[in-house]
Design a protein around this ligand. Structure first.
Ligand SMILES: NC(=O)c1ccc[n+]([C@@H]2O[C@H](COP(=O)([O-])OP(=O)(O)OC[C@H]3O[C@@H](n4cnc5c(N)ncnc54)[C@H](OP(=O)(O)O)[C@@H]3O)[C@@H](O)[C@H]2O)c1
Length: 328
């Protein structure tokens, strides 16, 4: 018996994307610089056991070896261990080796002006770099006036320690307040949770970010592995993973989202593309830069192979419809 194809399954051929750098990148505000189209993040679930650290190091080394154009970290990841690991890995490279675009973040607990100044010093020390490309406020703190934080960020930008200023997990009113508090600098990036299955935060800020030329960096682009094909059959997400996966893996949502992810997997099979190609290029087609995670070098390889295949627009439209309408 031949497998039944859904009525409008698009069969157009995937378009190969040259790599690196794939799609050229996104304008970084008015700076004339370019933000890479995708990157790899060094978060490791926030638990940072020795095993996590070893896995993250091997993924990082693979990402560097393969020329991933952007690496993201934060002072809170492993309480500085993520930044130190990245700094060590970059320092161990031969002189003249390619240095990826680097982003790091000041913790939401360090948003007083003196704390911002101390945090960047410590981050640059751990990273063993004189500057980072973009320095992000990791999340707003309602107890600290945004003007104080942004005033300190602007001074760092003027001093050259940070190439540009970004934010993360900011809503539109928070973005407006942050931009209004910067006399000269501009906000070039907002990093938010955004994937095919969990798009509320991304879609809420997208029109404002597009209008003001702010790059949307999408974290959790693979829905913590669901859009890489995990948890669709026998494997169950661990309790710890659920803790860190927002609502995607909550009991109330999981069965429904898994059904949609299974339909996406079917679509990917019919279209002859890897499932993560659909997840990553659904974001990229909207001008959003996906920031994926990986706990093994082999996952990095698979994701880069997936990135190198751009599904046709018809396939991406179908993927969008499957999730939006919940139909297979
Ligand atoms: N600004 C913020 O508040 C914020 C918040 C969260 C994340 N981030 C950033 O975004 C980055 C990515 O976030 P994320 O880790 O949630 O993203 P994700 O890309 O949605 O999930 C990554 C996880 O998916 C699984 N995976 C990846 N490739 C796979 C493959 N080929 N096969 C099977 N499973 C695969 C791995 O799970 P296992 O580890 O279980 O193997 C991996 O750790 C972070 O590292 C961090 O830099 C920022």
């Amino acid at each position: 018996m031949t497998a039944k194809r859904s009525k409008s399954a698009p069969r157009s051929r995937p378009v190969p994307v040259s790599r690196p750098p794939g799609p050229v990148g996104l304008p970084l505000g008015r700076s004339g610089k370019v933000h890479p189209p995708y990157g790899f993040g060094l978060w490791a679930l926030g638990r940072w056991t020795k095993e996590d650290e070893a896995r993250t190091r091997s993924s990082l080394l693979r990402a560097l070896e393969k020329g991933v154009p952007w690496l993201d970290t934060a002072e809170v990841y492993g309480s500085g261990r993520s930044e130190r690991m990245l700094g060590d890995a970059l320092s161990d490279r031969p002189a003249g080796a390619f240095v990826p675009f680097l982003t790091t973040k000041v913790s939401w607990e360090h948003l007083r002006a003196a704390q911002v100044r101390a945090s960047i010093q410590q981050s640059l020390h751990r990273l063993a770099r004189p500057s980072v490309d973009v320095y992000l406020v990791h999340a707003p703190d309602p107890h600290v006036p945004i003007g104080e934080t942004m005033g300190a960020m602007e001074l760092l930008w003027k001093s050259g320690k940070v190439g540009a200023i970004g934010v993360s997990n900011f809503t539109v009113p928070q973005l407006e307040a942050a931009q209004a508090a910067l006399p000269e600098a501009e906000i070039v990036v907002n990093q938010v949770r955004f994937n095919l299955l969990d798009r509320e935060e991304g879609e809420a800020i997208a029109p404002y970010c597009r209008k003001h030329g702010i790059v949307i960096e999408a974290y959790t682009p693979l829905a913590r592995g669901l859009l890489a094909g995990r948890y669709l059959d026998r494997e169950k997400p661990s309790a710890e993973l659920k803790r860190y996966a927002h609502s995607i893996l909550d009991e109330d949502h999981f069965a429904e989202l898994r059904d949609r992810a299974r339909s996406l997997r079917e679509l990917a099979r019919e279209a002859g593309v890897p499932l993560p190609s659909i997840a990553l290029h659904w974001l990229s087609r909207q001008g959003v830069a996906p920031l994926f995670g990986a706990s093994q070098g082999a996952q990095v390889d698979e994701l880069l192979e997936a990135w190198a295949v751009r599904p046709s627009d018809a396939v991406l439209d179908r993927a969008d419809a499957i999730v939006r309408e919940g139909r297979a």
